[in-house]
Ligand binder design. Structure first.
Ligand code: AVJ
Length: 320
């Protein structure tokens, strides 16, 4: 079979090239220095994240996969021929296979990702494994997506957004993204979304502070990337990884902390660090089931079914 053709949405052209340099200048100029977590995922960052998902302390990925395996038939039971499964930020599409394995009718799979290479790899694998599946990959940034190609305007679309990526957004931004998904999915649209649950902070902190130090390397890789791509002069050895649970905000925070004063350059500009100062690199919000259902309803969705694992570590929600 031929490889599916790649759709490039006009809206995505401007969005994919959002400027790393500008984000770094803006983030490092604030009183609490910050860097956006979306820049973790260069080639090394992506492979470190993959490693994280296999760590004994990092429960979310394997727990979500377990839930999907259990509830996949229920998720796909309403599918009929021509229905669309659209995955926001599909990456390798590994979790999608759990759903595709249970689909009997001829559905259309639309993987949507900023990485053309990831889409090509995933599509090549899926056309082999699912000969009856129609695949229509779209290169786009799901956070900036405004509309789908016209050909989908009459389709019933199920959005799929696993991985608890929604947790990286502040609740207000999460409502914004969910309401945008609702517009994009249109009439009769449905969303299946993975959300990490609130739990014993010690379990959470361990998941972001693994004994092997992979999460530390993942966090520090951001400095390596700034050095390489933006002429940065960070000494990654002079920073250490810190993960904490902020109970008032209900989120894990990751920081890069320096013990001593530093003057570094990045993007041709100087930045000063005082002893003990940190760069806030990631938030990972955790929700109870009712908290997330409320959030989804603020975005105009109706919370429908929800699946969790026996230990109530992770949740998969159906929004209609
Ligand atoms: C899967 C992107 C949501 O917040 O748990 C893992 C990323 N950061 N370890 C998460 C991450 C540190 C992750 N997301």
């Amino acid at each position: 079979r031929h490889m599916p053709t790649l759709e490039r949405l006009p809206a995505s052209d401007t969005t994919i090239s959002d400027d790393f340099g500008l984000s770094v200048i803006e983030g490092l100029s604030q009183t609490q220095k910050t860097l956006p977590c979306r820049y973790f995922y260069d080639a090394r960052g992506s492979s470190l994240f993959e490693e994280i998902t296999h760590l004994p302390e990092y429960y979310p990925t394997r727990t979500e996969i377990g839930i999907l395996q259990t509830c996949a038939s229920e998720i796909v039971e309403g599918f009929s021929g021509g229905d669309v499964l659209l995955e926001f930020g599909s990456g390798s599409s590994v979790k999608t296979e759990i759903l595709l394995d249970r689909v009997s009718d001829r559905v259309v799979y639309v993987p949507l990702d900023v990485s053309e290479a990831a889409l090509a790899d995933a599509a090549a694998r899926l056309v082999e494994r699912y000969p009856a599946l129609e695949i229509r990959p779209i290169v786009a940034d799901f956070s900036k997506l405004v509309a789908l190609p016209d050909e989908f305007s009459n389709s019933r679309i199920t959005g799929f957004f696993p991985g608890s990526t929604i947790g990286n957004l502040a609740p207000k931004e999460a409502v914004g993204l969910l309401s945008n998904f609702r517009k994009v999915l249109g009439q009769g649209g449905r969303l299946i979304i993975g959300v990490d649950l609130k739990k014993d902070p010690r379990v959470l902190i361990r998941a972001y502070n693994d004994a092997a130090g992979v999460t530390a390397d993942f966090n520090l890789n951001l400095l390596v990337r700034i050095n390489r791509e933006l002429g940065g002069t960070f000494d990654p050895e002079a920073f250490h990884h810190k993960a904490l649970y902020n109970p008032r905000a209900g989120r894990i925070e990751m920081h890069l902390v320096t013990d001593r004063a530093q003057d570094i350059m990045a993007c041709g500009r100087p930045f000063h660090f005082s002893p003990g100062e940190s760069i806030h690199t990631e938030n990972s919000y955790k929700y109870t089931v009712p908290e997330f259902r409320d959030l989804a309803e603020k975005a105009g969705w109706k919370a429908s079914r929800v699946w969790t694992d026996a230990n109530k570590q992770f949740s998969v929600h159906e929004l209609i």
